[in-house]
Design a protein around this ligand. Structure first.
Ligand code: ADP
Length: 637
């Protein structure tokens, strides 16, 4: 640590993560060096946004000077300066903000870069809140001179990246920050005004504040007076992109703007840009990312979602209140004309305006998703693979959108390897099929192999496979689609139509089974609610089904996994009257074989296993299996 004497420079070292990031920036990232400008302009623009936001409540803070960003190339000194008159940084802020990486993203950034081996992707840089360090893509020394808004003192921060940074008192006539890049010998091209103009147009045109550069000096013509020194001229449109009409904005600009607001390197999957008029007026520009941002499931402020602006003034990042939780992957911004500029997170929670906006955000996002599903199924499949789980939460949490989400939801099914929509499922329903059937398992395989499916498969009925914990909640929340009920194949009251002959022979078999059923009941006791002959089984001897009103086993497991105390609930044991094992076992039972009680226990445990549960006493189960195998071997010998 350095001295406190303000005339001498203090020396500080970088936090370890910063050193690592810098090391990567300097040694591994070569292509696309030009992005440094986008990152530094983005920081300058944020600094102006922050100042404007504070200006709402702190009288006199803004002053008279128009807010702007300036680019000053200095050929003689070999420096490029990016200057803003935003909030600036105090002595301590310079240390904190430029010497440490606060976001937990930095570690992930390093991991992600390293994962790319010797070709790390520098485009990832902005995504992790480390944009400032992009300066070292083009500079070997960086100076930052800053004066915080409302302060008289200014400070100079200097670093060559290698040995930490120095801090000393400086002078700066007005509030704001200058980032002075001492360009590397081979990066001097970035001093060319045309080059800078090009880059601003390419990456930063939508920045809502003027980006200025000194105008070209015009040589006086013959006999003319020498012209006055040229002034600063704006080289971008300086009009927030979302305020322009859709027809004025190119696809490229939408994409670049996405990168600007989200720091994502990848292009967005789709976006919706809209203006809502009427009781509440606001503009929205919402994006669907291609991949979940690292912070999607981070709690609270760590998350980056939708930004809130009020009358063009930036108010806050990640405004939870504007977006339903099951659309938390949506990025972008909302600019309201009705909210007061001094809203806080707390007041947002009970604001009617916000509730109205949130509804529109949900509607517009769902509209866009409908469109995507309709017009570009490959993109929709990408979307669903990434965010389907989150959207399914909506079926559980927000019954208001049940119908719309029913159209968007996708499940795996017995129809093929891929996913299916419910509309496609309904279109494929067989004659006489009354419901949409689903099977729940821990894995796709378990759901597909469930004995409950056997009778349905025989009828050619399609079955949806639900194997994510959220699937069960989603199916429960959805209840029906296009008038067809969603039915769990493990429900006790599953009604399948059968031919009169089939019914008759089933009834006869069931009648013959009565005495054995009584025996099973007496062995299993309260562990089962009922024992009965089954019409749904073909290849399996037995299965457990869920009596009406009871919770299905997947839901029980889910709740238990979440720490809820769910008592075991007795299920209905169904026995397959036509299975060879059941036929033989009944004969033995009728002949008075006492050892069959152990077999009945085994049948029950097997049924528990196939529904995804664990036998009550796994040790006993294993022992019985061993005995049985031993006896089978002895008989063979
Ligand atoms: P990010 O901008 O994603 O937070 P950076 O590494 O680019 O990450 O910047 C770190 C921090 O430094 C910023 O969050 C901000 O607080 C501060 N900072 C950077 N540039 C400026 C600037 N021009 N004016 C004021 N503060 C700045």
């Amino acid at each position: 640590m350095g001295t406190t004497d303000s005339t001498a420079a203090e020396h500080h070292s970088f936090q370890a993560e910063v050193s690592q990031v810098l090391d990567l920036v300097i040694h591994s990232l070569y292509s696309h060096r030009e992005v440094f400008l986008r990152e530094l302009i983005s920081n300058a623009s944020d600094a102006i946004d922050k100042l404007r936001f504070r200006g709402v409540t702190e009288a006199g803070l803004l002053g008279e000077e128009p807010l702007r960003i300036r680019l000053v190339p200095d050929e003689a000194a070999g420096t490029l300066t990016i200057e803003d008159n935003g909030v600036g940084m105090t002595h301590d802020e310079l240390i904190d903000h430029l010497g440490t990486i606060a976001s937990s993203g930095s570690k992930k950034f390093l991991e992600a870069l390293r994962a790319k081996g010797d070709k790390p992707d520098l485009m990832l840089i902005g995504q992790f809140g480390v944009g400032f360090y992009a300066a070292w893509l083009v500079a070997d020394r960086v100076e930052v001179v800053s004066r915080a808004a409302g302060h008289e003192d200014a400070w100079r921060w200097t670093s060559n990246a290698k040995d930490g940074f120095d801090l000393e008192a400086a002078t700066r006539s007005e509030r704001g920050t200058s980032v002075i890049l001492h360009l590397k010998e081979d990066q001097k091209d970035f001093l060319q005004p045309w080059q800078l103009k090009d880059l601003v147009q390419k990456y930063s045109d939508f920045v809502g504040h003027p980006i200025e550069m000194l105008g070209e000096k015009e040589e006086p013509g013959e006999g003319e007076e020498a012209v006055a020194e040229p002034g600063f001229e704006s080289i971008n449109q300086a009009r927030a992109l979302w305020q322009r009409s859709r027809s004025e904005i190119t696809e490229e600009q939408y994409k670049d703007f996405y990168k600007h607001v989200t720091n994502d390197w990848e292009e967005p999957l789709a976006w919706a840009h809209f203006k809502v008029e009427g009781a509440q007026e606001f503009t929205g520009l919402l994006y669907l990312p291609r991949r979940p941002p690292f912070e999607m499931d981070a709690p609270g402020e760590g998350r980056r979602g939708v930004k809130l602006f009020v009358k063009r003034v930036f108010i806050m990042d990640n405004c939870d209140a504007l977006v339903p939780i099951w659309l938390r992957f949506v990025r972008g911004l909302i600019d309201s004309d009705d909210l007061p500029l001094n809203v806080s997170r707390e007041t947002l929670q009970d604001s009617g305006v916000v509730r109205a906006i949130k509804k529109q955000v949900a509607r517009k996002t769902l509209d866009r998703l409908d469109e995507l599903a309709r017009d570009s199924s490959a993109d929709y499949a990408t979307f669903w693979a990434q965010f389907g789980k989150v959207v399914k939460e909506g079926l559980h949490l927000d019954h208001e959108y049940r119908e719309r989400l029913g159209n968007l939801v996708r499940f795996d099914s017995s129809h093929g390897d891929g996913i299916t929509s419910l509309a496609e499922y309904v279109a494929r329903m067989k004659e006489g099929q009354e419901a949409i059937y689903y099977s729940i398992g821990e894995t796709r395989q378990a759901a597909a192999k469930s004995p409950h499916l056997e009778a349905l498969r025989e009828r050619g009925y399609e079955v949806l496979y639900l194997f994510d914990p959220i699937d069960t909640l989603a199916a429960d929340g959805l209840r029906e689609f296009q008038g067809k009920k969603l039915v769990n194949v493990a429900n006790a009251d599953l009604k399948l139509d059968a031919s009169p002959e089939a019914k008759q022979s089933e009834e006869a078999a069931a009648g013959a089974m009565k005495p054995f059923i009584e025996r099973v009941k007496s062995v299993l006791g309260v562990r089962v609610r009922e024992v009965r002959s089954s019409s749904r089984l073909k290849n399996s001897p037995a299965c457990l089904v869920v009596p009406p009103g009871a919770m299905n086993p997947a839901m029980e497991r889910l709740l238990r996994a979440n720490g809820r105390d769910v008592p075991p609930s007795a299920r209905v044991l169904e026995l397959n009257p036509t299975h060879p094992l059941m036929v033989a076992i009944q004969e033995r039972s009728a002949a008075g074989d006492e050892s069959l009680d152990e077999w009945i226990e085994l049948l029950y445990d097997q049924a528990l296993l196939t529904e995804g549960s664990t036998p009550d006493d796994p040790h006993r189960f294993a022992q019985r299996m061993t005995d049985l195998m031993q006896r089978a071997l002895a008989n063979k010998a």
